[in-house]
Design a protein around this ligand. Structure first.
Ligand SMILES: Nc1ncnc2c1ncn2[C@@H]1O[C@H](COP(=O)(O)OP(=O)(O)OP(=O)(O)O)[C@@H](O)[C@H]1O
Ligand SMILES: [Mg+2]
Length: 278
């Protein structure tokens, strides 16, 4: 596995008010091809700031970010923009779909920007949207889609140009549990299938079931990196998956111990599903 991303002591200090805020504090991280990382931690721990720096949208106050052997700080702005468009795919907490383009056109936009939109690209956009359960919504405008459907369009857009690194900030925030599991499962498949690397920020620890490694942040620092499968499953609360859980099992799942990160700490068995109904 080759290294896709390496950060060395990356920090970000926001100086907006009188007291500077150290949002990210000397984070060093290595991610290789085929790895899907779950980035978790309490609100304000620096997850979005970290992702924005990795997406070359925000400049670190100090430290180095190397993606695909390129040091982001050594690039000129125009180079960085091109690099971001070609090598990185991202979806942020606000999905930023263009309101006047339909679902398929929003996904194709990344190819259009890179001058790579052809028949195959259009088919790929349709395939991706179909895999994410939107096969019958290809021609709807964002305003005609639910929040969760819009989020799935944004995920397809993040993957369409085959980026080396995919960054997703809370991709399941607007999805119900079953759809969230389906979307993250598909997301993981798409990362593993094409040997990309992916980082998903999530507050829902159950989603860690699909990641290869969990990075826990606290106060801007990496608190812990969990690589052991059994530990990840324990954190996700899916150590013993139940294929078709009775509703009562979910209702009664309060009070489980799942560590101290995230808002949705209670484990729920992974629902049994095989397909992606629209
Ligand atoms: N533009 C900004 N100016 C000043 N402070 C900021 C700015 N953006 C974020 N912060 C602060 O930096 C810290 C980290 O914020 P960040 O958005 O990275 O956290 P997060 O882990 O993504 O939180 P959440 O889970 O709520 O999305 C917080 O204390 C936040 O208030
Ligand atoms: Mg955030």
């Amino acid at each position: 596995m080759t290294v896709v991303l390496e950060t060395q002591a990356v920090s970000k200090i926001y100086k907006s008010d009188s007291t500077p805020i150290k949002a990210v504090d000397e984070v060093s991280l290595t991610i290789r091809t085929g790895e899907f990382i779950g980035l978790v931690g309490p609100s304000g721990s620096g997850k979005t700031t970290m992702l924005a720096m990795l997406a070359a949208l925000l400049t670190p106050s100090s430290g180095t970010i190397i993606i695909d052997d390129h040091n982001l700080a050594e690039m000129k702005e125009a180079q960085r923009t091109r690099f971001r468009r070609e090598k990185i795919g991202f979806t942020f907490q606000q999905n930023n779909l263009l309101p006047f383009l339909n679902a398929q056109e929003n996904v194709e936009l990344m190819l259009r920007l890179n001058n790579r939109l052809d028949k195959r690209g259009r088919e790929r956009a349709q395939d991706l949207l179909t895999r994410l359960g939107l096969g019958d919504r290809l021609h709807n405008l964002p305003s005609q889609l639910s929040g969760g459907q819009q989020q799935r369009v944004a995920i397809a857009r993040a993957l369409i140009h085959n980026p080396n690194l995919v960054l997703a900030d809370e991709p399941t925030a607007n999805l119900d549990t079953e759809r969230a599991f389906q979307v993250v499962e598909t997301f993981a498949e798409l990362i593993h299938e094409h040997d990309r690397a992916g980082i998903m920020v999530t507050h829902d620890l159950r989603m860690c079931h699909y990641v290869d490694k969990v990075v826990q942040m606290l106060d801007g620092r990496i608190e812990r990196i969990i690589e052991d499968r059994a530990e990840i499953e324990a954190l996700a609360g899916t150590a013993r998956p139940v294929e078709t859980p009775p509703a009562i099992a979910i209702l009664n799942s309060e009070g489980a111990q799942n560590g101290n990160v995230g808002r949705l700490a209670q484990p729920a068995p992974r629902p049994g599903f095989q397909s992606l109904p629209a």
